[in-house]
Design a protein around this ligand. Structure first.
Ligand SMILES: Nc1ncnc2c1ncn2[C@@H]1O[C@H](COP(=O)(O)OP(=O)(O)O)[C@@H](O)[C@H]1O
Ligand SMILES: [Mg+2]
Length: 275
C-alpha cells in the first residue's frame, strides 16, 4: 500500500470512526507492511508485516540466520550501507515512510542502535557520550556536562563512573561498557532504541543489570531487542515476534508466545526443541 493510500485511510478513519481511531492512536510507533529484503539474489526477509508499539519492549526471537538482525537494521536503514541490498515494502515510523525520506541522519538520530559487542571509541567515557551531541553542533560545556550526566544516569552507570569520566572508556568492564554504549545512544535523544543481542557478550550479573536498565528505559523509549535468550525475552518484553526463515511465524503478547503459542513451530522453538 502506498503512503498516500495509508494517509487517505487514516483521514477517513478520523472522520468516520473517531472513537476507534482514538483507541488505535499512539500505539503503533513503527508499522511495517509487506517488507521483503534481498541480499543480491538471496531473499532474507519475506513479507514482514508488524506493528511495534510505542514505549514497550518488543523482542525478536528465532534461530540463528532467520533474519532478526537484518530486520532490525531495516528500521534505521543500516542495510543501506551493504552493497546489493534491495528492499520492497513500507516501514512507517510516526506516519513517515522512512524509505521515502532522504534524511537518513535524522532517522538514525531518532532510531538509535546498540550492538552485540560494546563498541566504544578509544577515548574517555565523557568524550564517548558527548561525541554525538558534539557532532550535532552542541559546544557549550555546561550543556554537554548536563547531557553526559543525564545520559549516564539514564543508563544506570553514573555512580560507577562519575569519578573517572576523563579515563579511557576501554578500561571499564564489558557490562559497564555496554551501559556506556546505551548512554551514548540516549545522548542523541532517540525515540526508538534497537538492540541486537546486547547482553550476549556479557556475564550473568552484567546481563541482569542491562536487563533491569532496559525495563526502566521502556517507560521513555520504544525498544526493539533481538535476543536468543528465551528467559530474557520472557522477562522483559511486552510483545514477542518469532522469526523463522525470514518470516514472522507468530507475533503476540510475550506471555502468549511463551505459555500459549498458536503455531506448532513457535512451541517447538520456545520449548527448546530446535534452534
Ligand atoms: N551482509 C550480508 N550479505 C549477505 N547475506 C547476509 C548478510 N547479512 C546476513 N545475511 C544472510 O541473511 C540471513 C539472515 O541473517 P541475519 O539477519 O544475520 O540472521 P539472525 O540475526 O537471525 O541470525 C542469513 O542467511 C545470512 O547469511
Ligand atoms: Mg543476528
Amino acid at each position: 500500500m502506498s503512503i498516500a493510500v495509508l494517509e487517505r485511510n487514516t483521514e477517513m478513519k478520523e472522520k468516520v470512526m473517531p472513537m476507534m481511531t482514538e483507541q488505535l492512536a499512539g500505539t503503533a510507533k513503527i508499522s511495517v507492511k509487506y517488507l521483503d529484503l534481498f541480499y543480491g539474489e538471496k531473499q532474507a526477509l519475506h513479507e514482514i508485516s508488524i506493528d511495534i508499539e510505542e514505549k514497550k519492549a518488543t523482542a525478536l526471537i528465532g534461530p540463528s540466520g532467520c533474519g532478526k538482525s537484518t530486520f532490525l537494521r531495516t528500521l534505521n536503514r543500516m542495510n543501506d550501507l551493504i552493497d546489493g541490498v534491495k528492499i520492497n515494502g513500507n516501514i512507517i515510523i510516526d506516519n513517515e515512510n522512512i524509505y521515502q525520506s532522504n534524511d537518513v541522519i535524522k532517522l538514525r538520530t531518532k532510531v538509535g542502535m546498540v550492538f552485540q559487542k560494546p563498541n566504544l571509541f578509544p577515548m574517555s567515557i565523557y568524550d564517548n557520550v558527548a561525541y554525538g551531541p558534539r557532532a550535532q553542533g552542541i559546544k557549550s560545556k555546561k550543556e554537554l556536562n548536563q547531557i553526559v550526566e543525564e545520559s549516564l544516569r539514564g543508563a544506570a552507570i553514573w555512580d560507577e563512573v562519575k569519578d573517572r569520566l576523563k579515563s579511557s572508556a576501554l578500561g571499564l568492564s564489558g557490562g559497564q561498557q555496554q551501559r556506556v554504549c546505551i548512554a551514548r545512544t540516549i545522548a542523541m535523544r532517540p525515540e526508538i532504541i534497537l538492540m541486537d543481542e546486547p547482553t550476549s557478550a556479557l556475564d550473568p550479573i552484567s546481563t541482569l543489570k542491562v536487563e533491569e536498565l532496559i525495563e526502566k528505559l521502556k517507560k521513555d523509549y520504544t525498544i526493539v531487542i533481538v535476543t536468543h535468550n528465551m528467559q530474557q525475552a520472557a522477562r522483559m518484553s511486552d510483545k514477542t515476534a518469532f522469526f523463522l526463515n525470514g518470516e514472522i511465524v507468530e507475533y503476540d503478547l510475550t506471555d502468549n508466545i511463551f505459555s500459549n503459542p498458536k503455531d506448532q513451530r513457535t512451541e517447538d522453538y520456545v520449548t527448546g526443541r530446535f534452534g
